[in-house]
Design a binder for this molecule. Sequence first.
Ligand SMILES: C[S@@+](CC[C@H](N)C(=O)[O-])C[C@H]1O[C@@H](n2cnc3c(N)ncnc32)[C@H](O)[C@@H]1O
Length: 350
Amino acid sequence: MSLFTRLANAYRRYGVVGATLRGMARLLNRARARALLAVYKLTGGRVARFPAFCVLENDPYLVGLLGMTSPSERAFLQWYARELYTGQGLIVDLGPFLGATTCSLARGLSANQRIGSRSGRVRVFDQFVCDAYMSNLLSRYLSQGLIEHSYQEGASFRFEFEKQTQDFADMFILREGDLSELDTQIQDTEFLFIDAMKDVATANHIVRHFYPHLIPGLSLVVHQDFAHFYTGWIHLIQYELREYLEPVYFIPKSSSQVYRVKKDPSEIRHYRLDLSEWDEPRLDAAFRYSLSMVPPKQRASVIAAKFMLYMHRGDKSGARRRLAEYVEAGHPLEGDLPHVASLVGFQGGS
Ligand SMILES: C[S@@+](CC[C@H](N)C(=O)[O-])C[C@H]1O[C@@H](n2cnc3c(N)ncnc32)[C@H](O)[C@@H]1O
C-alpha cells in the first residue's frame, strides 16, 4: 500500500487530529504519542489529557492487590474512573474475583473531580464459587501469608472479596449469583468491565442484559478475556456486533481489549450467539478482525481461541485439522498454542 493510500485511510478512519496522533505514534514510537492517540480514540476525540495510567502500572497499591488482572489493567481502570468517567451512567464490574478491579475503579472514582456522590456508582456481579484454579491460587496466597483461610473447590470466597474491598464498600453495590441466571433491572451503563464470559450461555446472557443499556458515543466495554485461548465466543460476538462497538484500545501487558459504543445498542436485547451457525469462512473473518486489534505478543492466544472453538463445538478433528493447516503454512506453535495442540491431540509441529 502506498504512503498516500495509507494516509488517506488513516484520515478517513481517525480524522485529522487522530490520524496525526497516529502518525506521530508510529514515527516516534513514543509511549506519550501512543498514549495520546489512545485517549483520543477512547473518548471519541472529546478530551486529550495525558493518560497517567502508563506510569500508574508501577503503583505498589495496584501491584499488591490480590487477583488475576495485571497491574496495567488495574492502572487503566483507575485512570478511567478518575479521568474519563462522567457519571452519566453506572460502572459495572462483572467477575471481580477478590475485587482487584473493584478497588482499582473505586480508587479512581475517589479522585474524580467531576462527579457528585460516589455512593453505589459501581455495580459488582460475581457468584463467588471457587473452582480448581481459584482454589490453587488461594492456597498460594495462604502459604504466602496473604490470606488466612483455605478454600476448597465449591467453597465461597466472598469473604476475601469483602476484605480486600472494605475501604470502598460505600461506592459499590454487590449482587451475588450466577450471571447466566441473572434477572435484575440494569440501568444506564457508562463502563462495562467483563471478566465473566467463561461459557456461551453466560456470554449470551451478559450481552442481552448489559449491552442494551450502554450509552452510544460514551460507554466503554472492556473484554478481559479477549486474548485468552479458552473464550473464543468473545471474538464472534464482537464481530457480529461490530456496527455497535468499535475497538479503540488494547491495554498493554494484558489480555484486555477496549471497545467504544458507537451506535444505539438497545436492539441487542434479542441477541443470541449459536456456535453451530458459524461456517469456516465467517469464523476466519471474525478472527481476522480480532487479530487486527491485538499486539504481536497476544496473537497466539487469539489464534488458539479459534482452534478451541472447534473443541467447544465438539469437533476435535476439526480443531486438529485447522491446527495442522496452520503449522503447515509455516506458523510456529508459540504462546498458548502448544497447550491447545495437546488438548486437541495434535502430534505434529515442534
Ligand atoms: C478470572 S476471574 C476474574 C478475575 C478478576 N477480574 C481479577 O481482577 O482478579 C473470573 C470471575 O468471574 C466469576 N464468574 C465466572 N462465571 C460467572 C458466572 N456465570 N456468574 C457470576 N460470576 C461468574 C468468577 O466467580 C470469578 O470471580
